[in-house]
Design a protein around this ligand. Structure first.
Ligand SMILES: O=C(O)CCC(=O)C(=O)O
Ligand SMILES: [Fe+2]
Length: 298
């Protein structure tokens, strides 16, 4: 098994400007003196892989680009794992499509299906930012992928947000849902594969939602063409869409974090019964159990 999974930012040999990211430490104390058995630590010192200014911008704009988090063998390992998984799960050629558009292939529960994916469970560059922004008690909402192709039907996504649970008007004690999705790109985004577009600041619009099934440009939208190995972190309720994959296969992963007391994603059918996480949980620490959705609330 290959060792290199990602390049920690402080060990990059030939620093390019984007790779020299500043880090800082954040302390949180979880106010739980109840002594629950299956509860992670009270005191957290988080080595955040971002500067305080970057976090402030993230809070305001709803997105944060991290360049070259995966390179070399680390990137190749994820591509191979996804290609293998695709071969296993999509064995029959797709029926000629009667629809005009589709999202493409969206496999889910990736951590149950390949060690390369389970190894992302505690990926510090994104987990540390999720904890800095939402507190130490976070869990994975899921790890899924999206694979799109040039096709008869156009593979793209409409404008959407990920947590469609907000009441209008806002009730006085409404629990505003937060979620951070790390969009991990395994191929370069360009006109051939399709940029990802987002509307900066839209995660704060609690009284409206993106237009239903719309593929049209939205006011204030920004199209990002990031490179393979880059990660775009978004608030799950930032308005976003993937633009058409026109002439080249496009692969990406979605590593999604929420507070530990939010439920996992309802999408994608039942979890595989004998997946890798089951065995892993047999020996897991309270922190690891919490990340996989067990405990971490009281
Ligand atoms: O493919 C992309 O760039 C984004 C995909 C996406 O937004 C999703 O699957 O929820
Ligand atoms: Fe999305």
């Amino acid at each position: 098994m290959r060792k290199t999974r990602y390049q920690p930012t402080n060990s990059v040999k030939e620093p390019q400007k984007e790779l020299v990211m500043s880090r800082h430490t954040v302390h949180y104390e979880v106010l739980n003196n109840w002594g629950d058995k299956d509860f992670p630590d009270r005191d957290w010192e988080i080595d955040v892989h971002a500067s305080p200014e970057e976090l402030q911008n993230f809070e305001k704009s709803g997105y944060l680009v991290r360049e070259a988090l995966f390179t070399g063998d680390g990137l190749e390992r994820l591509r191979e794992a996804l290609d293998q998984l695709e071969k296993r799960e999509y064995t029959v050629p797709p029926e000629p499509s009667s629809s005009k558009k589709s999202w493409g292939r969206v496999p889910r529960y990736l951590m149950d299906k390949d060690q390369a994916f389970l190894d992302l469970l505690k990926f510090p560059p994104t987990l540390s930012i999720a904890r800095a922004m939402m507190g130490p008690l976070v869990r994975l909402r899921g790890l899924s992928a999206r694979i799109s192709y040039p096709n008869n039907e156009v593979q793209e996504t409409p404008w959407h947000i990920h947590l469609r649970v907000i009441s209008n008007p806002l009730p006085p004690w409404f629990s505003r849902p937060h979620c951070i999705d790390a969009l991990i790109y395994l191929d370069d985004l360009n006109d051939e594969t399709g940029p990802v577009a987002l509307v900066p600041g839209s995660h704060e619009w609690l009284d409206k939602e993106p237009p239903a099934q719309s593929y049209e440009p939205a006011e204030g939208e920004m199209a990002l063409c990031v490179k393979a190995g880059d990660v775009v972190m978004i608030h799950g309720n930032l308005w976003h869409r993937a633009m058409p994959t026109r002439s080249k296969k496009r692969r990406m992963l979605i590593l999604s974090y929420t507070p530990s007391w939010l439920r996992k994603s309802p999408h994608g059918g039942p979890q595989p019964e004998d997946g890798l996480t089951k065995q892993f949980l047999g020996n897991a620490t309270p922190e690891e159990r919490m990340l996989l959705g067990l405990g971490g609330y009281s």
